[in-house]
Design a protein. Structure first.
Length: 485
């Protein structure tokens, strides 16, 4: 695939003299001179981390300038083109996984679409963020490499930078908000990055990272608005177009918009007919307002299971890139995200973090009826979720699915009262997980007791069957707010 791309570039005459680095490149690949280097060798060489010849070769191949990491400035946003994304693809080849994008039959059954899952959770550091991180790091100049880089990140960007920084011999410092998931903090340290926990929000961590950049002469790499990051994330879109040639739509999670912007540039340039949908958690949605005002807006994020998406604004470079290209924007609730994570665990036997599950959440919630029967790609963008959080998320998902339910009932406090209730629950085929007795609040009848019952059922219909039985048997109980009516 890589050789094909290089040949394509050549046939368009873009490699006029840069055939020299290409020849070098082929020579280094494994002893074969000339341009007929096997794909494997070319990919291998492109992945070789630490060579300025390598960098200029890749950039010459794409006929591109280097885009040095640059903070955003909305008054003059930096353009990212399809050529930037294609160059990024060459630059990261062999260093970042071309993740598989298989069709999921079970997810297709529950959503009514043909669902293809782009498995970015399989990347070495568990997310797509390696794409942008590698692309940005590989373009640093020698003195920048030596001094090192700094970033603010809720986790995945930090992990991508830490891993590729180590491979490329570039020191990496990251500032994470104090609330960053433990698994991301400890993995980042294990990967060799210097981690500082600062601030109670992403914005506060970001301010501290800028301070360090100024103080220590480090290069600040913005996690979603650096043009090189956006171009790197766009490589995911290029891969999807090859892996699912008849793709009808992509449903993409949105944090600061770097991923959606990169994908939008790649996909809408090559396949303008593909529908692009951006999804945000309801408690961290900034894209509709930003698109309307055509300028980033600052929000205060609510806590969300999609912690990777909890950033306070959309990038000033990312916004114009995605604004003109995205077809639909949606939000999903915390219950919908939890249910999507649960479905992925159950049906795909896979762990995907909240951010990566938002696309499926939108489909499961019936928010994209126009995609019924269509080929829909869901980037499973990341898999980094604390095990302790995962168990809570699964419980939340079970509640949202009507399979874990808590209700109160008032029963007789005489012998056999509780047994009568549990007999009915057993008769309905439900399972008791926990029962709490409460005498003082059961009302004026001193021979009555209030019980708080937690039960497990197969699904909502099953729960409704149980409630119908309790009603027939004249049990005094109150339905939970999110249970069947
Ligand atoms: C797993 C995951 N998905 C999606 C995103 C969104 O990416 P962006 O901030 O570029 O919109 C992030 C951001 O960190 C993430 O970690």
């Amino acid at each position: 695939m890589l050789v094909l791309r290089a040949n394509q570039q050549e046939s368009h005459g873009r490699l006029s003299e840069p055939s020299l680095p290409l020849r070098e490149l082929a020579g280094r690949g494994g002893g074969k001179g000339g341009r007929e280097a096997p794909a494997l060798h070319l990919a291998h060489w492109l992945a070789t981390p630490d060579s300025s010849v390598h960098r200029s070769a890749v950039d010459a191949m794409a006929g591109l300038r280097l885009i040095p990491p640059k903070p955003s400035n909305f008054s003059s946003p930096v353009q990212v083109s399809i050529a930037d994304v294609q160059a990024a693809r060459l630059r990261i080849a062999g260093a970042v996984l071309v993740s598989p994008c298989p069709e999921s039959i079970p997810l297709g059954e529950v959503t009514g679409c043909r669902v293809f899952c782009k498995l970015e959770n399989l990347q070495r550091t568990g997310s797509f963020k390696e794409r942008g991180a590698r692309n940005a790091l590989a373009q640093l100049h020698a003195d920048q490499r030596q001094r090192g880089v700094v970033a603010a990140s809720a986790g995945n960007h930090a992990l991508g930078l830490a891993y590729h920084g180590k491979l490329l011999g570039i020191p990496v410092k990251v500032v994470m908000p104090k609330s960053a998931p433990l698994v991301k903090v400890s993995t980042c340290r294990r990967l060799g990055a210097q981690v500082e926990l600062a601030g109670n929000s992403f914005a506060e961590a970001q301010a501290r990272a800028h301070e360090l950049a100024a103080r220590d002469g480090l290069t600040y790499i913005h996690g979603y608005d650096d043009p090189a990051i956006i171009a790197g994330q766009g490589t995911l879109g290029l891969e999807v177009l090859e892996q699912v040639p008849k793709v009808d739509a992509l449903v993409v999670p949105v944090g600061g918009g770097g991923l959606l912007a990169g994908i939008a540039v790649a996909v809408k340039t090559l396949r303008p007919d593909v529908v692009l949908v951006g999804v945000e958690p309801a408690g961290a949605a900034k894209l509709p307002a930003a698109c309307e005002r055509n300028a980033p807006v600052q929000i205060r994020c609510q806590p969300t299971l999609a912690d990777g998406l909890a950033v306070p604004d959309i990038g000033g470079n990312a916004l114009p890139l995605l604004r003109e290209r995205v077809d639909k924007l949606l939000t999903v609730s915390e219950d919908e995200i939890a249910l999507a994570i649960l479905r992925i665990v159950e049906l795909e036997k896979m762990i995907v973090e909240g951010a990566g599950a938002t696309g499926l959440a939108a489909l499961l919630a019936g928010k994209l009826p126009e995609l019924a029967g269509k080929r829909v790609v869901l980037p499973f963008c990341g898999g980094n979720i604390d095990p302790a959080i995962l168990s809570r998320v699964i419980e939340k998902g079970l509640v949202a699915d009507g399979r874990l339910c808590r209700f109160t009932a008032v029963i007789s406090d005489r012998p056999g009262g509780l047994a009568g209730l549990t007999r009915l629950i057993a008769e309905a085929g439900a399972s008791v997980r926990e029962i709490e007795h409460e005498r003082a609040f059961a009302g004026p009848d001193v021979f009555a007791v209030s019980v708080l019952v937690t039960i497990e059922t197969r699904d909502r219909e099953h729960l409704e069957e149980l409630f119908a039985l309790l009603e027939r048997e004249h049990v005094r109980f109150s339905r939970p707010a999110n249970g069947p009516r």
